[in-house]
Design a binder for this molecule. Structure first.
Ligand SMILES: [Ca+2]
Ligand SMILES: [Ca+2]
Ligand SMILES: [Ca+2]
Length: 259
C-alpha cells in the first residue's frame, strides 16, 4: 500500500465525485449500545465498538483554503513531521522543517489543529462506526468530503478539499485490540500520548495498524486500564480523500470538539 509519489496525489480524476459523500454530519448519538462489558481478556467478541458512546465519536473538522502554504503545493510521503510524544495541550508537536519537506515551518503547522481566525474555520464532525464482523467496527468513506459547500466552500473544485480532522477519545484496553487506518493524506494517531501511527505526507491511500498487545510495552499500556486515543488527519491535496478506520477498541469517551 505504498503511497504514490508520482505526479499527482492520487490517481482518481476529479470527475468521479458523483457518489454522494455518505458520512455527513448526522451527529445524533443514536444507536447507543449502552454500558460496555469488560470481560477481561476477551476484548474481541465483546466489542461494542462504541462502549457507552454507541459508535459515534465526535471531533473537529478545520477547513483551510488551497492557498495555505502547507496545502496543495507538496507531494510525497513524509514521516517524522511530529514528535513521538503528544504535546501537553493534547496537540501534535512539530518536529521541525528539516527532513519534513511537505511542511513550511512551525507557525504554519501549528495552524493545522488549532482554530486560527482567518486561516481556518471549524465544525464538529461525528464518525459513526458500524459493525463489520468479527468484533470489528468500521468507518469507511473513499469519498471523504464532510464539508462540501460549507465553511470555506469548494473553491471551484468538485469538493471542499484541504481540511483537517481532530478527534480525542479514550478506550478500555482489555487485550487483543487493534486499530487500523487507511487513507490520505497525513494521519497521526497517538495511544497513551505516544505516536503509534505516522502516515505523514501528501500521498495516495496508505494503511497502518496498531496491534496494541504487540506494542504494549512501547506504548506503556496494560490491560484493564483506560487510555487516551488522539487522532489527527489532514486532507492536503486534490483529488481524492480516503478515510477508513477499522477497530476492535471499545471507546468509552465520545470525543468532543476541543476548545
Ligand atoms: Ca519527514
Ligand atoms: Ca477547504
Ligand atoms: Ca488527498
Amino acid at each position: 500500500m505504498a503511497g504514490c509519489e508520482c505526479s499527482s496525489d492520487e490517481e482518481g480524476s476529479g470527475a468521479s465525485g458523483a457518489g454522494a459523500s455518505s458520512g455527513t454530519e448526522s451527529g445524533s448519538p443514536q444507536g447507543s449500545t449502552g454500558a460496555f462489558t469488560t470481560s477481561n481478556g476477551t476484548g474481541q467478541g465483546t466489542g461494542t465498538g462504541g462502549g457507552t458512546c454507541g459508535s459515534n465519536l465526535t471531533g473537529t473538522i478545520r477547513d483551510f483554503q488551497a492557498s495555505h502554504p502547507d496545502f496543495e503545493d507538496f507531494l510525497g510521503i513524509d514521516p517524522g513531521i511530529v514528535l513521538p510524544d503528544l504535546g501537553p495541550d493534547n496537540k501534535p508537536v512539530y518536529a521541525g522543517q528539516a527532513g519534513n519537506d511537505t511542511t513550511t515551518g512551525q507557525a504554519n503547522f501549528d495552524q493545522w489543529f488549532r482554530d486560527v481566525s482567518g486561516v481556518n474555520q471549524s465544525a464538529p464532525f461525528t464518525l459513526t462506526l458500524t459493525p463489520s464482523g468479527g468484533g470489528v467496527f468500521t468507518f469507511d468513506d473513499s469519498d471523504f468530503f464532510p464539508v462540501d459547500d460549507q465553511l470555506f466552500g469548494n473553491e471551484g473544485n468538485p469538493h471542499n478539499y484541504h481540511f483537517t480532522y481532530e478527534l480525542h477519545t479514550t478506550f478500555l484496553y482489555s487485550g487483543g485490540e487493534t486499530f487500523s487506518f487507511t487513507g490520505d493524506d497525513d494521519l497521526f494517531t497517538f495511544v497513551n500520548r505516544k505516536l503509534a501511527i505516522d502516515l505523514g505526507g501528501v500521498h495516495g491511500a496508505m494503511s497502518d495498524t496498531i496491534d496494541l498487545d504487540a506494542r504494549a510495552a512501547e506504548l506503556g499500556i496494560t490491560p484493564g486500564n483506560v487510555y487516551q486515543l488522539d487522532f489527527f488527519f489532514a486532507e492536503r491535496h486534490t483529488t481524492e480523500s480516503n478515510f477508513r478506520v477499522d477497530t476492535t477498541l471499545v471507546f468509552i469517551d465520545c470525543g468532543e470538539p476541543p476548545q
